[in-house]
Design a binder for this molecule. Structure first.
Ligand SMILES: [Cu+2]
Length: 158
C-alpha cells in the first residue's frame, strides 16, 4: 500500500468512527448506573487466608420509579462473585445463593455480616487493605451499577 492509499484508508476509518458516534443516540441496551439507586458504606472484608473468598457489604437505597431485581454481582480482581445470604439448611445456618433481590421505590437493602453479601472468589493479591475494589451489580434487564468498596483486612471492624 502506498502513502496515498494509506491516508485514504485512515480517512475512511475515521469517517466510520464518526458514523459509530452518531449512531450512539439510539437507546443503549445496558446503562451504567441505575437512576435513583444509591450505595453507601461499601466495604470488602478480605479473608484471613490470602486468596480465600472476600465478602462485600453495603447499603442500597432506591428512590427510582421502576422496580427491579439485583440478579448478579461482579468484583474487579476476583475470578467470580456471587450474591449470598445465610439460611438454615439441614438444621445448620449456612451460606446460600440469595437469588434475585427485589427493590422498589423507598426500599433499603442492607448487605451485612451474617446476612446478604457479595462473595468475591479468588480475590487478586492486588486487592489490599486500604485500597478500593470496584463492585458492579447487574439488575434484571441487564443494566449495571458500579461503585467502589473500601478494602478492609480480615480483623478490621466490619
Ligand atoms: Cu458467601
Amino acid at each position: 500500500m502506498n502513502i496515498k492509499n494509506l491516508s485514504a484508508a485512515v480517512l475512511l476509518a475515521s469517517s466510520f468512527t464518526l458514523t459509530a458516534c452518531g449512531g450512539a443516540e439510539e437507546a443503549p441496551v445496558e446503562v451504567d448506573g441505575i437512576p435513583g439507586l444509591e450505595i453507601s458504606d461499601a466495604r470488602m472484608v478480605l479473608n484471613a487466608v490470602e486468596g480465600n473468598p472476600a465478602a462485600v457489604y453495603f447499603e442500597a437505597n432506591y428512590d427510582g420509579d421502576r422496580p427491579f431485581s439485583i440478579r448478579a454481582a461482579d468484583v474487579e480482581g476476583a475470578s467470580s462473585a456471587m450474591l449470598h445470604t445465610y439460611g438454615e439448611w439441614n438444621l445448620e445456618v449456612q451460606m446460600m445463593d440469595a437469588g434475585m433481590i427485589p427493590m422498589k421505590k423507598g426500599d433499603t437493602v442492607s448487605f451485612k455480616p451474617g446476612d446478604l453479601h457479595v462473595m468475591a472468589m479468588e480475590p487478586s493479591a492486588d486487592l489490599k487493605p486500604g485500597g478500593k475494589a470496584e463492585v458492579t451489580l447487574t439488575i434484571s434487564g441487564g443494566d449495571k451499577h458500579s461503585f467502589d468498596a473500601e478494602i478492609l483486612a480480615a480483623g478490621d471492624a466490619r
